[in-house]
Structure formats: structure tokens, C-alpha cells
Design a protein around this ligand. Structure first.
Ligand code: PLP
Length: 411
């Protein structure tokens, strides 16, 4: 793959924006390859949080005083940024939550209102536990039945089977855009269209997609799209939930409290308009503001440049990894992002993870909150490396040497 070296030249400058990248771990320079779990935080985001508490700290939406007004403006400014970024029709379609997991629970709980016994809902075999368990809880409460879109050896979903699962009992389909365990990019445009033709709503878990490429919710015609700011260079504790206005109006609120009401009396309370209806209580104000700054940072680099560079890292790392004796890579879909899951021979992934951690290399080992995928391959877990735009070819070379060393030591 040919790569535009102009972007590469900027990598050293970009890395300077992330103070943690110059940290030493176990006496070695940190090599951070666990970006699918959380991305690192640039200075502008760290400064935004500190600036908020130094200069702006106050509660939003209800204060007449100046700081409250300024904080409210910044909080709402962040909503406008995400609205524009995902191409939502209106800011009332963007809800801030504590994260992807919370967003999925918010939606699945709301669906109690729309499901009855023997209705059907569809998940995929490629899901993160956060897009499985809340829906199982929904089935327990309603008597609805969960069906599963199976995957193949390459880690791709079987759309022919999916077509046979859809019928007039199907009420909602929920799949991820990108698998966090294998990196597969799923054909969600087809899944959305087929689901809609069957009369079902669709939720897309975009936690792993949003950091890697552009997403247009209007073009996708998706009903719900969710992701987490902490994988988008933002802080932890902020989720972005896009919902079509028609759906958000129909869904009941998830939590009751301040901010989400219009009128309250002991006989009856009425709910606030969108988006406040779903934002009960004091939100993570500094986090939401800083998430908008993180999004600006990503957009300054540009998701098209990010995708191109990460694809280059992915290709390079994949071919280098294949030179290691006994390596097996799980999930080699033609469409995938910069996530690679693998094992070396019979060595337990945790053992390799520990050896290379001693060398300062951060990878993830285990089932990656996706046990059904591990069951498919009949393994307890994998080693997962996941790249961001601030990773480099040199880091991959060091990783490969470390893996070879670890493999020799442990086999
Ligand atoms: C990280 C992740 C989640 C969970 O996100 P939280 O921020 O932990 O709530 C869900 N789905 C996928 C695909 C993920 O990668």
C-alpha cells in the first residue's frame, strides 16, 4: 500500500499533543496499542477539563447567573458539534449519556413499551456484551425472543441467514458497526434497509466505528446510533446517543429527576422536550464540553487522513505478524479497521500480554467483552492490538520483536 508521507511527517507533531505517549512503563517507553479499549487524551482535552473547573464550574440550564449561562452555552455548543459531525437533523436528536453501555440500556429499557410476549429481536454474534445483556434483560421482562445473526470464519456476518430471521414479529435489530474484538466493519446499510423493510427499528453500536471513519446518520437512515467519547479522544463518562426524533418522542424517559421534567406535582409530572427528556439530573458538564474539544481535535486531523493512515498501519502490522511462527489471526474480513486479534501457538494470551507489558507495550488480552466470538473459535481469548492515528511503524516493529521474544520464552 502506498501512503501519502505528508500525513506521516505530522505524526511526531501529533504525538506531542498526547503527554501520556512519552510516559515510561516498567522502565520502557510506553507503546500504547489498546486504543479499542480507550483512546489517549490530547492536551487540549485535558486543558478543557481543567479550564472548566478553574473558570466555569456551575450547574447548567437553571441558573440566572453568568457562569451558569456560560457553562450552558459551552455544553450546548458541544451538542451542536456532535449534531454536525454525525449529520443529525437537529440538536434535539443528540442525547448525552454516561457512555455507550448506558445509551443501549436507555433504548432497550424504552422498548419495554413496544414489546410483547413472543415478539422477536435480533442481535449479531459479533457483539460486545453491552449490546447483548441489556436486550436479554428486556427479553426476560417482556417474554420477547432474541435471535442471532451468525458469523463465519473470517468474522463476517451471514446476511443470508439474517434475511431468514426477519419477519413481522421482528421489532428491533441491534448490531455493531465495527466489532471491537475482530475489527470487522459490518454492512450496516444493508442491515438497516432489510430491517426497515420488515418494519423493525435498528440500533447501531458505533463505539468502535466513530474513531475510525465518518458516519452520516441521515444517509444511513438509522434509528439509533451510539458511541463513547472516551474512544474519540474525549474523557470517560460521556456517551453520544443519536436517535431519530420520531423514536425519541415515542420512547419513555429512562430516568426521572431534575432537568427532564416540564411540570411536577404529586398527581402527575410531564416531561421536558428533547433532548432534556433523556438527560435527568446534573450531567457530566466538563466531560461533555471536553468531548466536543476531542471531536474538534479529531476533525482537525481529519477522519479521511486517519482512516488512510490506520489502514496503512493495519496492512503493515498484519503482514509482519504473519511472519511469526504459529500465529493465528482471528477475523480477516475484507472490510476491517485497525484492530488485530491473534494467538501464537498454544501459548495463553495472558502470558504473552504480561511478558510484553514488562517491555512497556500495552495490549489487551482476554475475551474483549465478546465471549460469543471466542466460543465460535473455541478459544478462551486472544491478544488484541488496536491502532490509533498516533501509533507508528517503529512501534509495530518493536511489538513484533517483543512478540517473537515472548513466543520463544513461553513455548
Ligand atoms: C467500548 C465498546 C462498548 C462499551 O462502551 P462503554 O464506553 O464501555 O460503555 C460497546 N460496544 C463496543 C463495540 C465497544 O467497543
Amino acid at each position: 500500500m502506498i501512503f501519502n508521507m505528508n500525513v506521516l511527517k505530522n505524526i511526531e507533531l501529533i504525538r506531542k499533543d498526547f503527554p501520556i505517549l512519552s510516559t515510561k512503563v516498567n522502565g520502557n517507553q510506553l507503546i500504547y496499542l489498546d486504543n479499542a479499549a480507550t483512546s489517549q487524551t490530547p492536551n487540549c482535552v485535558i486543558e478543557s477539563i481543567s479550564d472548566y473547573y478553574k473558570n466555569l464550574n456551575s450547574n447548567i440550564h437553571r441558573g440566572v447567573h453568568k457562569l451558569s449561562q456560560l457553562a450552558t452555552e459551552k455544553y450546548e455548543e458541544s451538542r451542536k458539534k456532535f449534531k454536525k459531525h454525525f449529520n443529525a437533523r437537529s440538536t434535539s436528536e443528540i442525547i448525552f449519556t454516561p457512555g455507550t453501555t448506558h445509551s443501549i440500556n436507555l433504548i432497550s429499557n424504552g422498548f419495554i413499551k413496544f414489546l410483547k410476549k413472543d415478539d422477536e429481536i435480533i442481535v449479531s454474534q459479533l457483539e460486545h456484551h453491552s449490546n447483548i445483556v441489556p436486550w436479554q434483560m428486556l427479553c426476560e421482562k417482556t417474554g420477547a425472543i432474541m435471535k442471532v445473526i451468525p458469523m463465519n470464519e473470517k468474522g463476517e456476518l451471514d446476511l443470508n441467514v439474517f434475511a431468514t430471521l426477519l419477519n413481522d414479529k421482528t421489532k428491533v435489530v441491534f448490531v455493531n458497526h465495527v466489532s471491537n474484538a475482530l475489527g470487522t466493519v459490518n454492512p450496516i446499510d444493508i442491515i438497516i434497509e432489510k430491517s426497515h423493510n420488515a418494519g423493525a427499528a435498528v440500533l447501531i453500536d458505533g463505539a468502535q466505528a466513530a474513531p475510525h471513519f465518518e458516519i452520516d446518520v441521515k444517509k444511513l437512515n438509522v434509528d439509533f446510533y451510539v458511541c463513547s467519547a472516551h474512544k474519540l479522544c474525549g474523557p470517560t463518562g460521556v456517551g453520544i446517543l443519536y436517535g431519530k426524533k420520531e423514536w425519541l418522542e415515542k420512547l419513555p424517559p429512562y430516568q426521572g429527576g431534575g432537568e427532564m421534567i416540564d411540570q411536577v406535582s404529586f398527581e402527575k409530572s410531564t416531561y421536558a422536550d428533547l433532548p432534556n427528556k433523556f438527560e435527568a439530573g446534573t450531567p457530566n458538564i466538563s466531560g461533555v464540553i471536553a468531548s466536543g474539544i476531542g471531536l474538534d481535535y479529531i476533525n482537525k486531523i481529519g477522519l479521511t487522513n486517519i482512516k488512510e493512515y490506520e489502514d496503512y498501519l493495519l496492512d503493515y502490522a498484519t503482514s509482519k505478524l504473519k511472519e511469526i511462527d504459529g500465529i493465528k489471526i482471528y477475523g480477516e474480513s475484507k472490510t476491517k479497521v485497525s484492530v488485530i486479534s491473534f494467538n501464537i501457538g498454544e501459548i495463553h494470551p495472558y502470558d504473552i500480554g504480561s511478558v510484553i507489558d514488562n517491555l512497556g507495550i500495552a495490549v489487551r488480552t482476554g475475551h474483549h467483552c465478546a465471549q460469543p466470538i471466542m466460543d465460535y473459535f473455541d478459544i478462551p481469548g486472544t491478544i488484541r492490538i488496536s491502532f490509533s492515528f498516533y501509533n507508528t511503524i517503529e512501534e509495530i516493529n518493536i511489538l513484533i520483536d517483543a512478540l517473537k521474544k515472548a513466543s520463544k520464552m513461553l513455548s
